[in-house]
Design a protein around this ligand. Structure first.
Ligand SMILES: [Zn+2]
Length: 444
């Protein structure tokens, strides 16, 4: 095991941009050559584009490489070598890990890793945990059954690799998890923002005030936007008396971004990943801050099932802060992952990111953490309904709350809504990723 201090590596993490890009070019050339030579899927993709490994000579040449997306992976999987298909770049015998996407948008993606790939992914995550203040004195509780999903497996193993003590909290129900955390005085946990808020609510019902009666000081959030949305972060930090950090990743990519203790945006982990932002309409690469686009990402060190210029459809933007106080030169993304290109949708002709509705709802303390958005067609027009829950005892203030909601929603999203106020505890609760945004227009 490496001493924990080695996960602050100034040689790697504070490289000037020019040197960092040289390192990224070299790593890109390696993975490109590897995929071209070992994966029939990639060989065909690149041959058809007239590209060979020797053609990537400069950093700018990278943008000539064709992108790859989920539908293409779905097209090959289920074939030999079963079930990954010919995207696999290593003999099947060398695959040691199976994971898959949650498949909320249809058929899941199967992800193969070799032991070396897995160790590389865990190593990359260790840098994130160190930057968030995790040390070998921490006792981490993971309130999830990880099953076939990647996020908390990596969190678990990275915690161990860093020397923390790690308690897997799967199978237990929420009440039992809270009691276990209390009994063992866990100091850190990882969960989705939805569940972090849900656990606090359950704890209070049990007569336990998380900020006072539990020992959690650090929470790493993954799986949903939220930790980078200021109003949601504040709710979580207030409830738990802990610092909350965002962490971004996915099954096909790995954990490519994280927040450091300064919490000023998501650092792209540029030593292990190449993060590019592309204009959704024109495909042009965006290098300046403040302009939203979708992420195109390359994982440098995943060999079994390479992820090269993967069109992730995650909506991100570069931050105007060009140097974080932590000293790391890895670029910052403002607001983390704001949603996916397929959830950022046009409503009444306006581009709507569900995260901006969340920012409004969660900034109003008289409303609970839960909300739901329904978009439907009424005749030819889009009709948008927002359901919120009043905290008990606030029923008589509903008019004033309504006025603030209407006003803030207009400012932040440019849209008018049908507002529905529900009694506390009546909207659905979720254990993992929430499904709060429902677009019913294509189903009618
Ligand atoms: Zn930083």
């Amino acid at each position: 095991m490496k001493p924990v201090e080695q996960y602050w590596n100034p040689v790697l993490e504070t490289l000037p941009r020019e040197k960092l890009q040289r390192l990224q070019l070299k790593k890109f050339q390696n993975i490109f050559r590897w995929a071209y030579e070992n994966s029939p899927f990639y060989h065909k993709l690149y041959s058809e584009a007239g590209l060979e490994p020797g053609d990537i000579k400069t950093f700018d040449d990278i943008s000539k490489v064709p992108k790859m997306e989920k539908s293409m992976m779905k097209g090959v999987q289920g074939k030999d070598p079963y079930p990954y298909g010919d995207i696999l770049s290593l003999p099947l015998e060398q695959v040691t890990e199976y994971r898959q996407t949650s498949g909320t948008t249809g058929q899941p993606i199967y992800q193969a890793d070799s032991w070396q790939d897995w160790e590389g992914g865990v190593e990359a995550y260790c840098y994130a945990l160190y930057a968030q203040g995790y040390r070998n004195s921490d006792r981490i509780f993971v309130p999830f059954g990880y099953n076939i999903f990647i996020a908390f497996w990596t969190y678990h193993y990275a915690g161990e690799k860093l020397g923390c003590e790690v308690i897997p909290g799967g199978v237990l129900n929420t009440e039992a998890r809270i009691l276990k955390m209390q009994e063992l005085r866990a100091t850190a946990m990882g969960a989705t923002p939805t569940y972090v808020l849900g656990m606090a609510e359950t704890a209070r019902k049990m007569g336990i005030e998380p900020a006072k009666d539990l020992y959690i000081k650090k929470i790493t959030c993954a799986g949903e936007p939220g930790a980078c949305i200021p109003a949601t972060r504040k709710r979580m930090e207030d409830a738990w008396g802990a610092k909350v950090y965002d962490q971004a990743g996915s099954t096909e990519i790995g954990h490519w971004g994280w927040e450091c203790q300064h919490q000023c945006g998501l650092h792209a982990n540029e030593a292990f990943y190449l993060v590019e932002i592309e204009d959704i309409d024109t495909g042009e690469l965006i290098t300046e801050p403040g302009r939203r686009g979708k992420m195109v990402v390359t994982t440098f060190d995943r060999m079994a099932q390479p992820c090269i210029r993967f069109d992730s459809k995650d909506i991100i933007e570069w931050s105007p802060i060009d140097r974080c106080e932590c000293g790391r030169t890895f670029r910052l993304l403002r607001g983390g992952v704001m949603g996916r290109a397929d959830t950022i949708t046009k409503v009444k002709g306006v581009l709507l990111a569900p995260a901006s509705i969340e920012e409004v709802v969660r900034a109003i303390p008289e409303l609970s953490d839960e909300y739901e958005v329904l978009v439907a067609k009424k005749g030819d027009l889009d009709d948008i309904t927002l359901k919120v829950e009043l905290i008990s005892g606030q029923e008589r203030n509903v008019d004033a709350i309504k006025a603030r909601l209407v006003d803030q929603l207009r400012v932040k999203t440019g849209l008018g809504y049908n507002l529905e106020f529900h009694d506390y505890g009546t909207l659905p609760r979720y254990d993992g990723k929430a499904k709060r945004f429902k677009d019913l227009r294509h189903k009618e």
